[in-house]
Write a protein that binds this ligand. Structure first.
Ligand code: GTP
Ligand code: SPV
Ligand code: MN
Length: 592
């Protein structure tokens, strides 16, 4: 039975039913009984595997097609009326041509199948930050994931009422043909269509497609921001909590930072870290003139490999119930899961992520796909912030950009002011990871970690950042920083221990926000004096000289970076904000 009488929704569904011709239609209300029935059905067809219910209650394993394990950026299209509106960093197709192409692929593709109608809210139901979407899908896996990642059900439809301000999403598995795989956003139409994929970021339409690509466009039009940022709260021993948003590219450490455990000494002293979000922030100005952020999601779609009780115990504990694992190794010894970096005991009796027999002691192949993931409910997280459901969001003290750079970028630096901070975000570059199909480890420009996720011209997006800054009083605007946890020595070893020890850097950042600590002015911004990063407890692991080394700004190396920035900026023509050209000119002058 339909969960709404909203005419714009019902007539849109009718149209799509006419196109894809399902055998039946099921509305998802998100109740326990319905979810349990769908799990049952998913297991009966082999789509899902029920894991050991004593060790991992309500947990399931799913494998996607081996050609379909990551986002496909060259098949992700932004379909604005003109190519210029999508800009030089997006793949574009004219909307009518794209609809035709997609409808030809999707036509009749639900024959013999069920259409699931998922009404969902990004953000707490009814919050002024929140937005509603409907996803149509023929995949039980997608339904079950969406029920973890978003708020689903009748309350969402009741909050929407008769409004037609909702995002249309159509997902068709079709035949998982990589040549006909398309992930298409139509920002002007509030519409997303995804065909021939069954992998996370391509098919959980509330996430990257809506909460970043469509929402970034909505934010531009409505005066707010959708960003690829985690949100964490740092509670000091005196009980005061400050919030930080941080944008790192895919698989560059957002989930890990958001859930970090303070180093022993800091924990003893009373520092606590609280997770508000691990991937996406929606940010808008509050009545007091500060910027506030919510996490529009309701779960974590996290990278499995590398997650263990030392690196990220909070993430691991979050996956202990009600979690769906995708493309990890199936440990047949006890019907649980395993991935590289979970522990040093790979199972000898297992199936790898493709489902083939695998012996962890002997195989040279990987047991889990490098982009294997867990989908886990936020409520499971031991360090979930008490503000997680706050419809007003949390006030942001600092914005942090960062990426993977083996050389060049120092451990941390602070921009001179808001516009300089926008510049710092715009020139971000990072080594590519397994989160997207294609080569891994290649340095590419990834402004604000939004390269694959900005739903309009990146030049306009930068101008939007600058315009937001103009509305903020200097004492209320978050301070903007850049970090790099990934500096390596010449042998390829990380020079910074990372993970929980990143708190040492975040505390310097908060001290800067409070005007409590001096810094050294360099060509790129303010860098800490090494003595101001607290190394207590890791003096052996990080010799003071190493810290000094990763805090050094080498002007000659930065000068080599400039032509790449200029070439990137040149793509934007007159869409490049003059402010950013001015910032680049200033940088060039100070590097001389
Ligand atoms: P997406 O979900 O793709 O957006 O990724 P993410 O940004 O949340 O990345 P995540 O926290 O899952 O980390 C990805 C990889 O980076 C994992 O293999 C981590 O082990 C590694 N990593 C995270 N933080 C650090 C760090 O501080 N230092 C080092 N060396 N590696 C890290
Ligand atoms: C990312 O790639 O940044 C992710 C995973 O968070 S996905 O949802 O697949 O985009
Ligand atoms: Mn992400």
């Amino acid at each position: 039975m339909a969960l709404t009488t909203n005419k714009s929704i019902l007539s849109w569904i009718d149209e799509k039913v006419e196109l894809v011709k399902p055998d039946k239609i099921v509305w998802i209300d998100g109740t326990k009984e319905q979810i349990e029935a769908l799990r049952e059905e998913g297991c009966s067809t082999g789509e899902m595997i029920r894991l050991n219910q004593e060790l991992l209650p309500d947990c399931y394993l799913h494998r996607t097609d081996p050609t379909d394990v990551a986002r496909v950026e060259d098949r992700t299209l932004i379909c604005t009326p003109t190519e210029e509106e999508a800009g030089p960093t997006n793949h574009w197709m004219e909307p009518n041509a794209c609809y035709k192409m997609l409808y030809d692929i999707a036509r009749d593709s639900y024959k013999g199948r069920t259409m699931y109608v998922i009404p969902y809210s990004m953000g707490p139901v009814g919050s002024k930050f929140s937005k509603v979407g409907i996803e149509l899908t023929d995949s039980i896996y997608v339904v079950l994931n969406m029920c973890i990642m978003t708020r689903v059900g009748k309350a969402v439809m009741d909050a929407l009422g008769d409004s037609d301000d909702w995002v249309r999403g159509l997902h068709c598995k079709c035949t998982i043909d990589p040549e006909k795989r398309w992930i298409c956003q139509f920002p002007q139409d509030n519409t997303i269509i995804s065909v021939n994929s069954g992998y996370g970021g391509n098919v959980l339409l509330g996430k990257k497609c809506f909460a970043l690509r469509i929402a970034s466009y909505q934010g531009w039009k409505e005066g707010w921001q959708a960003e690829h940022m985690l949100i964490l709260g740092i509670e000091k021993p005196n009980g005061e909590t400050k919030y930080i948003c941080a944008a790192f590219p895919s698989a560059c450490g957002k989930t890990n930072l958001a859930m970090m455990i303070p180093p022993e000494g800091f924990k003893k002293a009373g520092y606590k870290v609280w997770t508000v979000g691990d991937d996406i922030s929606w940010i808008r100005k509050g009545e007091d003139g500060r910027l506030y952020a919510i996490n529009p999601e309701n779960g974590f779609f996290g990278v499995a490999p590398g997650t263990n009780m030392k690196s990220n115990p909070n993430a691991l504990l979050t996956t202990k119930r009600g979690t769906i694992f995708t493309n990890v190794c199936h440990n047949l010894e006890n019907n649980t899961v395993w991935w590289e970096g979970l522990d040093k005991n790979p199972p000898e009796h297992a199936n790898d992520w493709k489902g083939n027999p695998w012996n962890g002691k002997e195989s040279t192949e990987k047991g889990a796909n490098p982009n294997s993931r867990f989908t886990a409910p936020a409520v499971n997280c031991p360090c979930l912030s008490s503000e997680f459901e706050n419809p007003q969001g949390v006030p942001i003290s600092a914005i942090v950009f960062g990426g993977r750079r083996a050389k060049l970028a120092p451990l941390v630096y602070q921009s001179r002011d808001w516009n300089n901070g926008v510049f710092v975000g715009s020139i971000m570059a990072s080594e590519t990871t397994a989160a997207a199909a294609g080569a891994v480890g290649v340095v590419r420009r990834d402004p604000m970690a939004m390269l694959p996720f900005c739903g309009y011209n990146m030049g306009d997006y930068w101008q939007h950042w600058i315009d937001i800054g103009k509305t903020l009083d200097a004492d209320k605007a978050p301070k903007i920083f850049n970090v790099n946890w990934f500096r390596k020595d010449d042998e390829g070893n990380f020079l910074w221990p990372g993970f929980g020890d990143n708190l040492r850097v975040l505390l310097w950042i908060l001290d800067r926000c409070d005007g409590k600590v001096d810094a050294k002015e360099t060509a790129i911004g303010y860098v800490p004096y090494a003595k101001d990063i607290d190394l207590t407890g890791i003096e052996d692991e990080v010799p003071f000289e190493n810290l000094e080394k990763i805090l050094t700004v080498e002007n000659s190396l930065w000068a080599e970076e400039v032509p790449g920035i200029e070439a990137f900026y040149a793509k934007f023509g007159d869409k490049l904000p003059a402010t950013l050209q001015g910032e680049l000119d200033t940088l060039k002058a100070s590097l001389k």
